[in-house]
Design a protein. Sequence first.
Lengths: 404, 440
Amino acid sequence: MRIQDLAQLSTRMFKTNPLRTWLTILGMGVGTGAVVVLVGLGFGLQQIILEQIVFGETLLSLGVSSTGSQGLRLTPETVLDFEKNEAVLDAAPLARFPALVTYKGLTGNVFVQGVEPPYLRYAGVTAVAGDVFLEEDLGDTNSIMISPATLKLFGIPDEEMDNFIGEKVSIRLLVPADDGTENVNEIVIDKEYRVRGISKEEGVLNIMMMLPELRNYVGIEEYERIQVRVDSNENLPLVETKLIEEGYRVTALSKTVEQASKIFQGIQAVLATFGGIALIVSAIGMFNTMTVTLLERTKEIGIMRTIGASPNDVKYLFVSESVVVGFLGGVSGILMGVTLGVTVNLFLNIVAGQFGGQAVKLFAFPFNFLAFITIFSAAVGYLTGIFPARRASTLNPLDAIRYE
Amino acid sequence: MAKPLIVARDLSIIYNKGKSNEFKALQGVNTDIFEGEYIILFGPSGCGKSTLMYSIQGSLPPGEGTLLIKGDDVYSYPPSERVYFQRHVMGIIFQSFNLIGSLSVLDNVALPMIFCDADRTTRERRAQSLLDRFGVGHVSHKIPAMLSGGQQQRVSVARSMVNDPKILLADEPTGNLDSISTQQVMDKIDEINTFDRRTIIMVSHNAAHLSYAHRVYYLRDGRIVREVVNPQRKQIKPVREGETIVTELEQLARLFPYDSVETLRVKSLVNYLTQDYSFDQIIKLERATSLFIQGKIDRASYIKSLILPTERGGVQIDEKEARRMANISEKMIKNADDIRRFRARKDNNDIFFSQHILAERMQEHLLQTYRIKLDKKQASNMTEVIADRVTGVIEEEELNQRLMKSVRSHGLGLSEKEADDLTRYFEKIIAQGVDVNYKN
């Protein structure tokens, strides 16, 4: 039998029994729709998290700090030392000093961090408002980034975060004296810095400025932290191990991400299980329908067999019928699921917009996932069809034709 | 000698073998069917005729024995290859048409070609031409349910022919049809046999169809009990001289299809004892008389056709006898008309008119045959008796009794022989004249 004839013969049920056919498809659709929605939710959650923390280079860098115990210090030499490693592309340091910041007469204790732009990339620092420092800003002497907590210090609510960009603050650095005493020298920077951006770091009182600018006021002999950018994923653990062996403390964002991913895979699996149950229920319903269809068509099978249909022709007819139902069930499920997800997303966005929150996509539907669901539902159709089809093909034509 | 197309040797089919409801559908059947033959498998329900046909069709594997079609043991192939026979060697027609309700008539006919991978244009052209040939081309785009039974069966004949099979199997194709559709379908099947030269194997229990076949197999209880050759058709199966000869039994078998050979032999002998005419003459006499009763021929042509020799379609009896027969027939038909008129009057409560005429004619008959002259009292009683019988007040038996009763007790006082004869004669007239059709 030719494919187009098979297609024509196996889609007759839309004409002969439209209600039942569409209900079967709807049943399959609701099942796959449940899977699509739930797994889509999993994807959405995962994406929300990863979008916050993951940037390409961030995953490939290690944060190195001294443990303090073995007298290891992070100095400019250490940076050079790190860069000698062939697997290391770059090492970006961070220097930190306590400081006092003043805005419109209000003064508070913060830390001033001097960094180079690559550090921000390696550490995954982003801005929730305003701009982050870029490569060309290395020579910048006028602007700083502050953390949201610093903003709170000035009594600025989150909603007015955007308005704070461009405001001026002044800074007094508190540098420990070199004489070995507990004394602290206060270095007054005699100018005002423009706030260019607000970083995403929660819970810390930080002000970030360019390292060269910081050096203008204070000599830096020891760094707080160095971000080491490793060339590839494979070398990441090697470099990590080496640094740990040398006595440094190493944190890798990739690990965090990995763990987060694992958790979300778990969540997804749980969600998929619930969806899967719905899918199994509808598959059983479809199997039932196919079996009833077989009984109903017994006579027709007999007729076809006696006028020259081979057992395989009969089998293909039944299988393709259920594949069509399964496939359309999948497509309708995707339509239902995606529509629901997109609607919820839209609704959340509207709500978020109303209340000034950040818009998020709670549901995400990657193309590959939808393609998989389509193929999978067709496969479910195939599986529910194959047993009735096999039985149909082995029916004795004479018994079948006399069946009423 | 030509090889037979279908050969069955000791073919046995047993349903539910070994179980308590074991049923021997076919037992030791031997048959040779030749290309171009028209075979009818005839017999009562459950005799195994359909079983034999479906076994040839390839759906019922024989339990024992061999079945060869074109020299091939069909059942030695797996079902997927056996399909070849169903596609290219055999076409099938069913009693219940078995068209697929969800497909158009055209697609139904084209369906066997779909299974043979024919492309759309080819198969639709072929299907349409067959539908046109069988007179249902104008309904090709309707669904089967919109067609009459006769049309559906002709569609199914078209379907069976679409792959140009060598053998056409028909399972009581007219069982669900009215007489006109039956005639149409039988004619089409006959045309396929005589014009297209296809082998036909038909299962039937309608004796009227037997004259179409070259040979008829009579089945009973799973065995072929008789093979009857139709002498009217030129035989295809080579007959070895003296092996089988055509006898009167073959002819009788067609007249009395439900009787066994033994009964037919009895009939043959009794016919010789009681009749001066052969069965052939009787059949021709019946034909001529039928035309005469219907008024399609006049007295002269009736006599002529009775005298004509059998080779020329006549009854071949001498002229004197022919005239006598014509006289009796004519008189009977006339009397029958009286009865008819009488009964028509009866409905109008005016029964006295033809009663006397009828009675007079009866008296005339008595006079002519037995030279009995009735007196006035007898004649009046006769008129009464006849009226009673024709109006249905008395039955045949009572009529006979009344004729023998004394005149005083309202009888005629005839002798037993006279009464019997008059009764018989009068009953014949009534049979001719009484309308037996069902009326509301």
